[in-house]
Design a protein around this ligand. Structure first.
Ligand SMILES: [Zn+2]
Length: 319
């Protein structure tokens, strides 16, 4: 029996491939800068090069799991509209790759694949209900409910970044106003950090951002050194995350909320505040839900995409 799968994480800046075994261990990996301008033919060629580089032999693979930014139709493995991959609209990646390789192929949204990876091999192992949220440039998510991955129409469920926290507020990348992502994504924290640097030029945060515009990474680093400005920024970020997570807990009733993405590097500094928001504002029966950091780091999408093959998730979903 073939107990290895290839995971591919197709991002707007990087494409990564990894050979993953049945225990979720990454055996080998390789990456390249995404050839965005070349469209599907160039990226299929990149997949082939990365597979050769890590020595992925189709004869020994159970299949290939690909994750990419959404929204994409994971029921058919077709791209719908991905702002960072402009030439991929309508491209049926799953069928093309399956025909080229002669292997089963699954194509899934990156945050949903990461949720799956965390469920099978990371911070959500053994649970029946979990919510995964990635907080980076945007906010994405995935949900496991009743022991199965939630797909929804066209596989687009759990785009948690775009539920509206307010009818007013910052403009989101999606064009709407007041989305969770517009308040709490890494880019929103970056923007508040740059304003804080202007308001507090003597802060440690400002000195860290002397050569480079301030970003979320600076905030976490300065907060760890006790900078009051950075600590206030993280406290506010935690409050926004707590508000959004509280609503999502009401929607999905997870046993645990798992946070990944770049901003999760500072989760330990924000956890107490997030938990306080949940305890003070959720309905009483939801207040004991805890928020933890993802276990697979930036391999979550890669490992999750491979795991979709290893656990035959599509067939399970159709059964
Ligand atoms: Zn939005």
């Amino acid at each position: 029996m073939r107990r290895r799968a290839l995971g591919i994480d197709l991002g707007g800046t990087q494409v990564r491939a990894a050979l993953v075994d049945a225990d979720g261990a990454v055996l080998r990996r390789a990456s390249a800068r995404t050839d965005v301008g070349g469209g599907p033919p160039a990226i299929l060629a990149q997949f082939a090069r990365l597979m050769a580089e890590i020595g992925a032999d189709t004869a020994t693979l159970a299949g290939v799991g690909v994750c990419a930014p959404g929204p994409l139709d994971s029921a058919t493995g077709t791209f719908i509209h991905v702002p960072t991959l402009p030439r991929w609209e309508g491209f049926a990646l799953r069928d093309r790759l399956a025909a080229d390789l002669g292997l089963p192929v699954v194509v899934e949204g990156d945050a949903i694949a990461a949720a799956y990876g965390e469920w099978r091999f990371g911070a959500g192992r053994g649970l029946d209900h979990l919510l995964y949220i990635t907080v980076s440039t945007g906010i994405g998510g995935g949900v496991v409910s009743d022991g199965r991955l939630l797909h929804g129409r066209r596989g687009m469920a759990a785009h948690v970044g775009h539920f509206r926290m307010a009818t007013d507020g910052p403009r989101c990348a999606c064009g709407a106003v007041g989305c969770f992502e517009a308040f709490a994504a890494g880019t929103a924290l970056d923007r508040r950090a740059r304003q804080a640097v202007l308001d507090h030029p003597d802060s440690l945060l400002a000195s860290m951002a002397a050569t480079d515009p301030a970003h979320a990474g600076h905030v976490v680093e300065a907060a760890r050194q006790g900078d009051a400005v950075a600590l206030r920024l993280l406290d506010q970020e935690a409050a926004y995350l707590g508000e959004g997570i509280t609503s999502l807990i009401h929607l999905y009733s997870p046993e645990r909320v798992i946070i990944g993405g770049g901003v999760s590097n500072g989760l330990d500094l924000m956890q107490a505040r997030i938990h306080r928001v949940i305890e003070e504002t959720a309905m009483p029966s939801f207040r004991d839900v805890r928020v933890v950091r993802a276990g697979l780091g930036d391999n979550a999408g890669l490992v999750g995409a491979a795991a979709l093959i290893l656990f035959d998730e599509r067939r399970r979903a159709q059964a």
